[in-house]
Design a protein around this ligand. Structure first.
Ligand code: NAD
Ligand SMILES: O=C(O)C(=O)C[C@@H](O)[C@H](O)[C@H](O)COP(=O)(O)O
Ligand code: ZN
Length: 368
Protein backbone atom coordinates (compact mmCIF):
# COMPACT_ATOMS: atom_id res chain seq x y z
CA UNK A 1 0.00 0.00 0.00
CA UNK A 2 1.33 3.49 -0.87
CA UNK A 3 1.81 5.99 1.94
CA UNK A 4 1.29 9.77 1.55
CA UNK A 5 5.07 10.15 1.53
CA UNK A 6 5.31 7.70 -1.41
CA UNK A 7 2.68 9.66 -3.31
CA UNK A 8 4.58 12.91 -2.82
CA UNK A 9 7.75 11.37 -4.25
CA UNK A 10 8.90 11.63 -7.86
CA UNK A 11 11.49 9.25 -9.26
CA UNK A 12 13.58 9.93 -12.33
CA UNK A 13 15.73 7.10 -13.64
CA UNK A 14 19.09 7.81 -15.23
CA UNK A 15 19.92 4.97 -17.59
CA UNK A 16 23.19 3.91 -19.13
CA UNK A 17 26.09 1.74 -18.05
CA UNK A 18 25.69 2.60 -14.36
CA UNK A 19 22.00 3.44 -13.93
CA UNK A 20 20.76 5.21 -10.83
CA UNK A 21 17.64 6.84 -9.49
CA UNK A 22 16.91 10.45 -8.61
CA UNK A 23 14.39 10.60 -5.75
CA UNK A 24 12.64 13.94 -5.35
CA UNK A 25 10.22 14.87 -2.58
CA UNK A 26 9.72 16.28 0.92
CA UNK A 27 11.24 14.63 3.98
CA UNK A 28 13.77 12.42 2.21
CA UNK A 29 16.61 13.47 4.53
CA UNK A 30 14.85 11.42 7.22
CA UNK A 31 14.39 8.36 5.03
CA UNK A 32 17.09 6.10 6.48
CA UNK A 33 16.22 3.17 4.22
CA UNK A 34 16.54 5.27 1.07
CA UNK A 35 19.81 6.83 2.26
CA UNK A 36 21.26 3.48 3.34
CA UNK A 37 20.21 1.62 0.19
CA UNK A 38 23.41 2.71 -1.57
CA UNK A 39 25.76 2.17 1.37
CA UNK A 40 27.49 -1.16 0.77
CA UNK A 41 30.22 -1.17 3.41
CA UNK A 42 30.58 0.14 6.96
CA UNK A 43 32.23 3.53 6.35
CA UNK A 44 30.28 6.64 5.49
CA UNK A 45 31.94 10.02 5.07
CA UNK A 46 29.37 12.79 5.23
CA UNK A 47 30.91 15.58 3.19
CA UNK A 48 29.15 18.88 3.75
CA UNK A 49 29.78 22.59 4.22
CA UNK A 50 29.73 25.01 7.12
CA UNK A 51 26.21 26.25 6.34
CA UNK A 52 24.55 22.94 5.57
CA UNK A 53 26.18 20.63 8.13
CA UNK A 54 24.70 22.44 11.18
CA UNK A 55 21.26 22.35 9.55
CA UNK A 56 21.08 18.79 8.27
CA UNK A 57 24.08 16.53 9.02
CA UNK A 58 22.81 15.17 12.34
CA UNK A 59 19.43 14.35 10.76
CA UNK A 60 21.03 12.37 7.98
CA UNK A 61 23.34 10.51 10.39
CA UNK A 62 20.39 9.76 12.69
CA UNK A 63 18.29 8.45 9.80
CA UNK A 64 21.15 6.21 8.64
CA UNK A 65 21.80 4.85 12.14
CA UNK A 66 18.11 4.04 12.46
CA UNK A 67 18.48 1.36 9.79
CA UNK A 68 22.20 0.51 10.01
CA UNK A 69 23.59 0.55 13.56
CA UNK A 70 26.85 -1.02 12.32
CA UNK A 71 27.86 2.06 10.33
CA UNK A 72 30.84 4.22 11.14
CA UNK A 73 29.72 7.71 10.12
CA UNK A 74 32.31 10.51 10.03
CA UNK A 75 32.00 14.05 8.73
CA UNK A 76 34.23 16.34 6.72
CA UNK A 77 32.94 19.90 6.66
CA UNK A 78 34.42 22.52 4.36
CA UNK A 79 33.96 26.29 4.55
CA UNK A 80 30.87 27.20 2.48
CA UNK A 81 31.41 28.74 -0.94
CA UNK A 82 33.06 28.31 -4.31
CA UNK A 83 36.47 29.26 -2.87
CA UNK A 84 36.49 25.83 -1.18
CA UNK A 85 36.30 23.88 -4.45
CA UNK A 86 40.09 23.50 -4.59
CA UNK A 87 42.84 20.92 -4.70
CA UNK A 88 43.72 21.89 -1.11
CA UNK A 89 40.23 20.98 0.13
CA UNK A 90 40.29 17.86 -2.04
CA UNK A 91 43.52 16.80 -0.25
CA UNK A 92 41.94 17.42 3.16
CA UNK A 93 38.94 15.28 2.29
CA UNK A 94 41.24 12.52 1.06
CA UNK A 95 43.11 12.76 4.39
CA UNK A 96 39.77 12.36 6.18
CA UNK A 97 39.13 9.12 4.28
CA UNK A 98 42.61 7.85 5.11
CA UNK A 99 42.16 8.75 8.78
CA UNK A 100 39.03 6.61 9.10
CA UNK A 101 40.57 3.77 7.11
CA UNK A 102 37.87 3.92 4.45
CA UNK A 103 37.74 0.72 2.45
CA UNK A 104 36.73 0.33 -1.20
CA UNK A 105 33.14 -0.27 -0.22
CA UNK A 106 33.00 3.05 1.66
CA UNK A 107 30.45 5.63 0.65
CA UNK A 108 30.67 9.41 0.51
CA UNK A 109 27.42 11.24 1.08
CA UNK A 110 27.57 14.68 -0.52
CA UNK A 111 25.22 16.78 1.59
CA UNK A 112 25.07 20.30 0.21
CA UNK A 113 25.09 22.39 -2.92
CA UNK A 114 27.08 22.00 -6.09
CA UNK A 115 30.38 22.91 -4.43
CA UNK A 116 30.04 20.02 -1.99
CA UNK A 117 28.71 17.72 -4.71
CA UNK A 118 31.48 18.45 -7.22
CA UNK A 119 34.20 18.09 -4.60
CA UNK A 120 32.73 14.98 -2.96
CA UNK A 121 32.24 13.34 -6.35
CA UNK A 122 35.85 14.00 -7.29
CA UNK A 123 37.11 12.68 -3.95
CA UNK A 124 34.97 9.56 -4.46
CA UNK A 125 36.30 9.17 -8.01
CA UNK A 126 39.89 9.21 -6.74
CA UNK A 127 39.92 7.38 -3.41
CA UNK A 128 41.18 3.87 -4.15
CA UNK A 129 40.35 4.65 -7.83
CA UNK A 130 36.67 5.03 -7.15
CA UNK A 131 34.21 4.55 -4.32
CA UNK A 132 30.47 5.19 -4.13
CA UNK A 133 29.05 8.66 -3.85
CA UNK A 134 25.44 9.45 -3.00
CA UNK A 135 24.43 12.96 -3.91
CA UNK A 136 22.08 14.62 -1.44
CA UNK A 137 21.63 18.07 -2.98
CA UNK A 138 20.35 20.87 -0.75
CA UNK A 139 20.37 23.81 -3.18
CA UNK A 140 18.01 24.22 -6.10
CA UNK A 141 21.00 24.37 -8.43
CA UNK A 142 22.34 21.08 -7.14
CA UNK A 143 18.90 19.42 -7.34
CA UNK A 144 18.32 20.47 -10.95
CA UNK A 145 21.83 20.08 -12.30
CA UNK A 146 25.05 19.35 -10.42
CA UNK A 147 23.92 16.24 -8.52
CA UNK A 148 23.02 14.47 -11.77
CA UNK A 149 25.36 13.23 -14.48
CA UNK A 150 28.62 12.56 -12.70
CA UNK A 151 30.67 15.62 -13.67
CA UNK A 152 32.96 16.20 -10.69
CA UNK A 153 35.76 18.75 -10.37
CA UNK A 154 37.68 21.37 -8.49
CA UNK A 155 38.72 24.82 -9.70
CA UNK A 156 42.21 26.17 -10.23
CA UNK A 157 43.05 29.89 -10.02
CA UNK A 158 43.53 29.64 -13.80
CA UNK A 159 40.01 28.44 -14.44
CA UNK A 160 36.85 26.67 -13.49
CA UNK A 161 36.52 22.88 -13.07
CA UNK A 162 39.92 22.29 -14.64
CA UNK A 163 40.72 19.17 -12.61
CA UNK A 164 38.08 16.50 -12.38
CA UNK A 165 36.59 13.23 -13.51
CA UNK A 166 33.35 11.68 -14.67
CA UNK A 167 32.05 9.65 -11.74
CA UNK A 168 28.29 9.06 -11.66
CA UNK A 169 26.58 8.90 -8.27
CA UNK A 170 25.02 5.70 -6.91
CA UNK A 171 21.86 7.64 -6.16
CA UNK A 172 20.54 11.18 -5.96
CA UNK A 173 18.24 12.04 -3.06
CA UNK A 174 16.69 15.51 -3.27
CA UNK A 175 14.65 16.54 -0.24
CA UNK A 176 12.67 19.52 -1.52
CA UNK A 177 12.03 20.69 2.07
CA UNK A 178 15.72 21.61 2.30
CA UNK A 179 14.93 24.47 -0.08
CA UNK A 180 13.00 26.16 2.75
CA UNK A 181 16.28 27.25 4.38
CA UNK A 182 18.02 28.25 1.15
CA UNK A 183 18.94 31.97 0.94
CA UNK A 184 16.98 33.77 -1.83
CA UNK A 185 20.13 34.57 -3.80
CA UNK A 186 20.97 30.86 -4.01
CA UNK A 187 17.41 29.99 -5.04
CA UNK A 188 17.70 32.48 -7.91
CA UNK A 189 21.06 30.94 -8.93
CA UNK A 190 19.30 27.60 -9.32
CA UNK A 191 16.59 29.19 -11.44
CA UNK A 192 19.25 30.17 -13.98
CA UNK A 193 20.09 26.50 -14.63
CA UNK A 194 16.36 25.68 -14.72
CA UNK A 195 15.87 28.33 -17.42
CA UNK A 196 18.83 26.83 -19.28
CA UNK A 197 16.87 23.64 -20.04
CA UNK A 198 14.09 25.68 -21.58
CA UNK A 199 16.57 27.76 -23.53
CA UNK A 200 18.51 24.84 -25.00
CA UNK A 201 15.85 22.20 -25.70
CA UNK A 202 12.31 22.89 -24.47
CA UNK A 203 10.53 26.06 -25.54
CA UNK A 204 7.33 24.89 -23.77
CA UNK A 205 9.28 24.63 -20.49
CA UNK A 206 10.52 28.19 -20.98
CA UNK A 207 6.87 29.27 -21.43
CA UNK A 208 6.06 27.44 -18.18
CA UNK A 209 8.92 29.19 -16.33
CA UNK A 210 7.68 32.55 -17.61
CA UNK A 211 4.21 31.72 -16.33
CA UNK A 212 5.48 30.56 -12.94
CA UNK A 213 8.32 33.04 -12.35
CA UNK A 214 6.66 34.67 -9.34
CA UNK A 215 5.72 31.32 -7.80
CA UNK A 216 9.27 30.04 -8.23
CA UNK A 217 10.74 33.18 -6.69
CA UNK A 218 8.31 32.85 -3.79
CA UNK A 219 9.54 29.25 -3.19
CA UNK A 220 6.11 27.84 -3.97
CA UNK A 221 6.46 24.16 -3.16
CA UNK A 222 4.52 22.79 -6.13
CA UNK A 223 6.27 25.06 -8.62
CA UNK A 224 9.73 24.23 -7.28
CA UNK A 225 9.02 20.49 -7.22
CA UNK A 226 7.82 20.60 -10.81
CA UNK A 227 10.87 22.63 -11.84
CA UNK A 228 13.19 20.09 -10.17
CA UNK A 229 11.46 17.08 -11.73
CA UNK A 230 11.28 18.54 -15.25
CA UNK A 231 14.91 19.71 -15.08
CA UNK A 232 16.10 16.32 -13.84
CA UNK A 233 14.25 14.58 -16.69
CA UNK A 234 16.02 16.82 -19.18
CA UNK A 235 19.41 16.23 -17.64
CA UNK A 236 18.83 12.48 -17.31
CA UNK A 237 17.85 12.17 -20.98
CA UNK A 238 21.02 13.94 -22.06
CA UNK A 239 23.58 12.33 -19.75
CA UNK A 240 22.35 8.79 -20.29
CA UNK A 241 22.88 9.20 -24.04
CA UNK A 242 26.17 11.10 -23.78
CA UNK A 243 27.72 10.57 -20.32
CA UNK A 244 31.23 11.69 -21.33
CA UNK A 245 30.31 14.78 -23.36
CA UNK A 246 31.25 13.60 -26.81
CA UNK A 247 28.34 15.50 -28.35
CA UNK A 248 24.88 16.46 -27.12
CA UNK A 249 25.91 16.86 -23.47
CA UNK A 250 27.93 19.96 -24.36
CA UNK A 251 24.62 21.78 -24.89
CA UNK A 252 24.33 21.85 -21.08
CA UNK A 253 27.23 24.30 -21.29
CA UNK A 254 25.03 27.02 -22.84
CA UNK A 255 26.21 30.30 -21.27
CA UNK A 256 29.08 28.60 -19.47
CA UNK A 257 31.99 29.69 -21.68
CA UNK A 258 31.19 33.28 -20.77
CA UNK A 259 30.01 32.42 -17.25
CA UNK A 260 33.05 30.44 -16.22
CA UNK A 261 35.34 33.20 -17.54
CA UNK A 262 33.49 35.71 -15.35
CA UNK A 263 33.71 33.49 -12.28
CA UNK A 264 37.45 32.90 -12.75
CA UNK A 265 38.19 36.54 -13.55
CA UNK A 266 36.46 37.50 -10.29
CA UNK A 267 38.60 35.00 -8.39
CA UNK A 268 35.55 32.82 -7.61
CA UNK A 269 34.35 35.44 -5.14
CA UNK A 270 32.05 37.58 -7.28
CA UNK A 271 28.98 36.32 -9.08
CA UNK A 272 28.01 32.83 -8.05
CA UNK A 273 27.78 30.09 -10.69
CA UNK A 274 24.09 30.49 -11.46
CA UNK A 275 24.41 34.27 -11.74
CA UNK A 276 27.43 33.98 -14.03
CA UNK A 277 25.55 31.47 -16.19
CA UNK A 278 22.60 33.87 -16.42
CA UNK A 279 24.89 36.59 -17.79
CA UNK A 280 26.60 34.02 -20.00
CA UNK A 281 23.31 32.80 -21.50
CA UNK A 282 22.35 36.36 -22.41
CA UNK A 283 25.76 36.86 -24.03
CA UNK A 284 25.46 33.54 -25.92
CA UNK A 285 22.02 34.58 -27.20
CA UNK A 286 23.40 37.98 -28.26
CA UNK A 287 26.35 36.32 -29.99
CA UNK A 288 23.91 34.03 -31.82
CA UNK A 289 21.99 37.08 -33.03
CA UNK A 290 25.19 38.85 -34.07
CA UNK A 291 26.23 35.83 -36.14
CA UNK A 292 22.81 35.74 -37.82
CA UNK A 293 21.80 32.41 -36.26
CA UNK A 294 18.88 33.70 -34.22
CA UNK A 295 16.75 36.77 -33.69
CA UNK A 296 17.45 39.66 -31.33
CA UNK A 297 13.90 39.16 -30.08
CA UNK A 298 14.74 35.72 -28.65
CA UNK A 299 17.85 37.11 -26.92
CA UNK A 300 15.71 39.89 -25.50
CA UNK A 301 13.03 37.44 -24.32
CA UNK A 302 15.60 35.35 -22.44
CA UNK A 303 17.16 38.46 -20.86
CA UNK A 304 13.74 39.70 -19.73
CA UNK A 305 12.93 36.34 -18.13
CA UNK A 306 16.27 36.16 -16.30
CA UNK A 307 15.86 39.75 -15.09
CA UNK A 308 12.36 38.84 -13.81
CA UNK A 309 14.04 35.98 -11.93
CA UNK A 310 16.21 38.71 -10.36
CA UNK A 311 19.38 37.44 -11.99
CA UNK A 312 22.12 39.63 -13.49
CA UNK A 313 22.05 39.92 -17.28
CA UNK A 314 25.17 42.03 -17.95
CA UNK A 315 28.86 41.65 -17.19
CA UNK A 316 29.79 43.11 -13.78
CA UNK A 317 31.51 46.48 -13.96
CA UNK A 318 35.29 46.49 -14.09
CA UNK A 319 35.84 43.25 -15.99
CA UNK A 320 37.98 43.58 -19.09
CA UNK A 321 36.78 42.01 -22.36
CA UNK A 322 40.26 40.91 -23.47
CA UNK A 323 40.91 39.32 -20.06
CA UNK A 324 37.63 37.41 -20.29
CA UNK A 325 38.47 36.21 -23.80
CA UNK A 326 41.86 35.00 -22.54
CA UNK A 327 40.08 33.04 -19.79
CA UNK A 328 37.86 31.39 -22.39
CA UNK A 329 40.86 29.82 -24.08
CA UNK A 330 41.02 27.37 -21.15
CA UNK A 331 37.36 26.39 -21.66
CA UNK A 332 37.07 22.61 -21.94
CA UNK A 333 35.20 22.85 -25.24
CA UNK A 334 38.15 24.59 -26.89
CA UNK A 335 40.46 22.42 -28.97
CA UNK A 336 43.42 22.80 -31.28
CA UNK A 337 41.19 24.74 -33.69
CA UNK A 338 40.20 27.30 -31.07
CA UNK A 339 37.08 28.20 -29.14
CA UNK A 340 33.72 26.51 -29.55
CA UNK A 341 30.51 28.01 -28.24
CA UNK A 342 27.12 26.59 -27.48
CA UNK A 343 24.85 29.02 -29.32
CA UNK A 344 21.23 28.76 -30.45
CA UNK A 345 18.96 29.08 -33.46
CA UNK A 346 16.35 30.44 -31.09
CA UNK A 347 14.56 29.42 -27.92
CA UNK A 348 14.68 25.65 -27.39
CA UNK A 349 17.24 25.03 -30.15
CA UNK A 350 20.87 25.14 -29.03
CA UNK A 351 23.81 23.80 -30.98
CA UNK A 352 27.61 23.85 -30.94
CA UNK A 353 29.33 26.37 -33.19
CA UNK A 354 33.07 26.31 -33.96
CA UNK A 355 35.19 28.97 -35.61
CA UNK A 356 33.63 32.03 -33.98
CA UNK A 357 35.88 35.02 -34.63
CA UNK A 358 37.41 36.73 -31.60
CA UNK A 359 36.08 40.05 -32.92
CA UNK A 360 32.48 38.86 -32.63
CA UNK A 361 33.05 37.65 -29.06
CA UNK A 362 34.78 40.89 -28.08
CA UNK A 363 31.98 42.92 -29.64
CA UNK A 364 29.38 41.09 -27.57
CA UNK A 365 31.48 41.45 -24.42
CA UNK A 366 31.97 45.14 -25.17
CA UNK A 367 28.21 45.72 -25.66
CA UNK A 368 27.25 44.08 -22.37
N1 NAD B 1 28.70 18.88 -11.80
C1 NAD B 1 27.81 19.55 -12.49
O1 NAD B 1 27.19 19.04 -13.43
C2 NAD B 1 27.50 20.97 -12.11
C3 NAD B 1 26.36 21.60 -12.63
C4 NAD B 1 26.09 22.89 -12.24
C5 NAD B 1 26.90 23.54 -11.31
N2 NAD B 1 27.99 22.88 -10.82
C6 NAD B 1 28.82 23.52 -9.80
O2 NAD B 1 28.02 23.74 -8.65
C7 NAD B 1 28.55 24.83 -7.90
C8 NAD B 1 27.44 25.78 -7.51
O3 NAD B 1 26.52 25.08 -6.71
P1 NAD B 1 25.50 25.84 -5.75
O4 NAD B 1 24.85 26.95 -6.49
O5 NAD B 1 24.69 24.81 -5.11
O6 NAD B 1 26.48 26.57 -4.72
P2 NAD B 1 27.01 26.16 -3.25
O7 NAD B 1 27.28 24.74 -3.15
O8 NAD B 1 28.11 27.12 -2.99
O9 NAD B 1 25.77 26.51 -2.32
C9 NAD B 1 25.33 27.84 -2.26
C10 NAD B 1 25.22 28.35 -0.82
O10 NAD B 1 24.04 27.83 -0.24
C11 NAD B 1 24.35 27.20 1.02
N3 NAD B 1 23.36 26.16 1.19
C12 NAD B 1 23.27 25.00 0.51
N4 NAD B 1 22.13 24.37 0.79
C13 NAD B 1 21.51 25.10 1.74
C14 NAD B 1 20.28 24.97 2.42
N5 NAD B 1 19.42 23.98 2.16
N6 NAD B 1 19.96 25.89 3.34
C15 NAD B 1 20.79 26.94 3.58
N7 NAD B 1 21.95 27.16 2.91
C16 NAD B 1 22.30 26.24 1.99
C17 NAD B 1 25.76 26.76 0.88
O11 NAD B 1 26.37 26.59 2.11
C18 NAD B 1 26.36 27.92 0.08
O12 NAD B 1 26.66 28.99 0.95
C19 NAD B 1 29.59 25.47 -8.78
O13 NAD B 1 30.86 25.11 -8.34
C20 NAD B 1 29.32 24.90 -10.14
O14 NAD B 1 30.46 24.86 -10.94
C21 NAD B 1 28.30 21.62 -11.19
O1 LIG C 1 26.50 18.43 -16.72
C1 LIG C 1 27.03 19.09 -17.63
O2 LIG C 1 27.51 18.55 -18.62
C2 LIG C 1 27.08 20.55 -17.56
O3 LIG C 1 27.77 21.18 -18.36
C3 LIG C 1 26.29 21.23 -16.49
C4 LIG C 1 26.78 22.62 -16.13
O4 LIG C 1 25.67 23.33 -15.63
C5 LIG C 1 27.83 22.62 -15.04
O5 LIG C 1 28.09 23.93 -14.64
C6 LIG C 1 29.12 21.89 -15.30
O6 LIG C 1 29.86 21.76 -14.12
C7 LIG C 1 30.00 22.57 -16.32
O7 LIG C 1 31.00 21.67 -16.64
P1 LIG C 1 32.32 22.06 -17.44
O8 LIG C 1 32.66 20.81 -18.14
O9 LIG C 1 32.00 23.20 -18.33
O10 LIG C 1 33.32 22.43 -16.42
ZN1 ZN D 1 26.29 25.15 -14.70
Amino acid sequence: MSTIADLQRTNVEVGGERPYAISIGPGLLDDGALLAASVRGRHVLLLSDSHVAPLYAKRVAHALRGVRDDLRIDAYVLPAGEASKTLATFAEAIDALAAIGATRDACIIALGGGVVGDLAGFVAACWMRGIDCVQVPTTLLAMVDSSVGGKTAVDLPQGKNLVGAFHPPRAVIADTEALLTLPPRELRAGLAEVAKYGAIRDAAFLDWIEAHAEALLASDDAALTEAVARSCRHKAQIVERDPYEHGERALLNFGHTFGHAIEAEQGFGGLNHGEAVAVGMVLAAKLSARLGLASDADAQRLAVLLARLELPVAIPAGLDAEALLARMRLDKKADANGLRFVLWDGIGAARMIAGVADDAVLAVLGDS
